[in-house]
Design a protein around this ligand. Structure first.
Ligand code: AMP
Length: 189
């Protein structure tokens, strides 16, 4: 089973993906984590991406599509993948569709984790204050920009999946356990 966890920054996609990895032996493909790995390794792509990420923008579609392509066909993806943070634009969603068709794969569920955006600010501020926080893009100013980018570029991806009949919504404002339970119900349906 292949799924997409969808939602604005801070919705809890990463937290829920990590639970699914443990509970269902799926592989998490987080483009944000991949970019942060490039930054840690000080690669050219990492240096370029950091500037964009720190200001809340989006890294180019071509780069992101290639990044996902290189992982999707690999053996690790055979048990099913959780896409976390991809696709973030309609162009990425269309490229993903093509990639899946070529590999005779499908996305079974797209789960939108919906949140109250005022509460998001509190959540991000809390995350920014955590002592082990390593993300430069966790602050209210960048979050505002990331939310704008989400509405302008990422939310328009939703109708693409609604039309395919694979989109479900869960309330991301509940506890981590409740959200996980609702996601599992969708996956088992
Ligand atoms: P995330 O960890 O998913 O919140 O991503 C952190 C940042 O990485 C985003 O704000 C973007 O700058 C960049 N990024 C992650 N995934 C993508 C993507 N699919 N397309 C473009 N930029 C991305």
């Amino acid at each position: 089973m292949n799924i997409i966890l969808f939602g604005p920054p801070g919705a809890g996609k990463g937290t829920q993906a990590e639970k699914l990895v443990v509970e269902r032996s799926m592989v998490q493909l987080s483009t944000g984590d991949m970019l942060r790995a490039e930054i840690s390794n000080n690669t050219d792509l990492g240096i370029q991406a950091k500037e964009i990420m720190d200001t809340g923008g989006l890294v180019s579609d071509d780069i992101m599509i290639k990044m996902i392509e290189s992982r999707f066909g690999s053996d690790e993806a055979k048990n099913g993948v959780i896409l976390d943070g991809f696709p973030r634009t309609v162009k990425q969603a269309e490229a993903l569709d093509e990639m899946l068709t070529q590999n005779q794969l499908v996305i079974n569920h797209v789960i939108e984790i919906s949140v109250d955006e005022n509460a998001l600010f509190e959540r991000i501020e809390r995350r920014a204050n955590e002592s082990d926080n390593v993300r430069d893009d966790d602050n209210a100013e960048v979050l505002r920009q990331r939310l704008k980018v989400y509405h302008d570029n990422t939310a328009p991806v939703l109708p693409f999946y609604r039309k395919k009949g694979i989109l479900s919504q869960v309330d991301g404002m509940m506890s981590i356990e409740e959200v996980a339970k609702n996601i599992n119900e969708v996956l088992d349906s």
